[in-house]
Design a protein around this ligand. Structure first.
Ligand SMILES: [Mg+2]
Length: 268
């Protein structure tokens, strides 16, 4: 936080100006000390936005269009499988092996097979007529998301969004949530034709904001894609693990974005 911001905050808050006020205001803002990085490379899905929940809701709506006679329990299981993607089909999309709609069709087919529903590819548009509006309507920012973004920006850090989703889907999400004008830099799988964990996408995200990877910190919910891959590309990585369970002996860096300012302070 710049000193002028602190003065302004003090005046607006009616705080008597002085060293003690600076200390208290910095403590209230959630961070202190020198800026830890120039750029925060921030994941979107399941980091800023609860995408998994939106996908489960949307997949159930798509299934209802295609299989109106299916049971609620079957649609629930279909949504879980579609969202969970245990076959790793989304990773083939981010590697550039599948196009977006090929990826989605493959996930419908495997989820349908799991539930015992008969899927015909010619019904894809029907599925989308249920899925797409339900997905848009189900978009939710995590309650701690924008406060963390604002805290970083007050610190003078440039926030770059880096997502493995498509450009059109990402634009829709940000627009529905009223934050489409909020982010100057948004990098998607369409930007270079592939996504994380390829190190070149991290290098591109850093270069967009004019920073070297060593001066950037990546934050996201997917340890392999957002943290390990970022570190391989020369960035520092902070892992957001809302479950708090950790993975392979690696503990979470943070369990909520509300912990981000303090974690950044420690990353100086
Ligand atoms: Mg994510």
């Amino acid at each position: 936080m710049e000193i002028t911001d602190l003065v302004g905050t003090a005046v607006r808050s009616g705080v008597t100006w002085g060293a003690d006020a600076v200390r208290r205001l910095r403590a209230r803002s959630g961070f202190d000390g020198p800026r830890p990085c120039h750029v925060l490379v921030l994941d979107v899905d399941d980091t800023l936005i609860d995408t998994a929940a939106a996908m489960r809701t949307a997949a159930r709506a798509g299934a209802l269009e295609v299989w109106p006679q299916s049971s609620a329990a079957d649609r629930e299981r279909f949504g879980e499988h579609f969202s969970g993607d245990p076959e790793g089909i989304f990773a083939r999309y981010t590697a550039g092996e599948l196009r977006f709609h090929e990826m989605r069709k493959a996930r419908i087919a495997t989820a349908a097979s799991d539930v015992g529903l008969v899927w015909e590819s010619r019904r894809y548009r029907r599925f989308c007529s249920g899925y797409d509006p339900a997905f848009a309507a189900a978009q939710r920012l995590y309650p701690d998301a924008m406060a963390a973004v604002q805290a970083a920006e007050r610190w003078g850090i440039t926030v770059v969004l880096l997502t493995n989703s498509s450009n059109s889907a990402t634009r829709m999400k940000l627009q529905v949530l009223g934050v489409s004008e909020r982010f100057e830099h948004v990098v998607t799988t369409d930007t270079l034709g592939f996504g994380k964990p390829d190190p070149r996408i991290f290098e591109h995200a850093c270069a967009l904001a004019g920073a070297a990877p060593a001066d950037c910190i990546a934050v996201g919910d997917n340890y392999a894609n957002d943290v390990a891959a970022a570190r391989d590309a020369g960035l520092r990585g902070l892992w957001l693990d809302r479950s708090g369970r950790g993975i392979g002996g690696e503990p979470p860096s943070i369990r909520a974005l509300s912990e981000l300012p303090a974690a950044l302070s420690r990353a100086v």
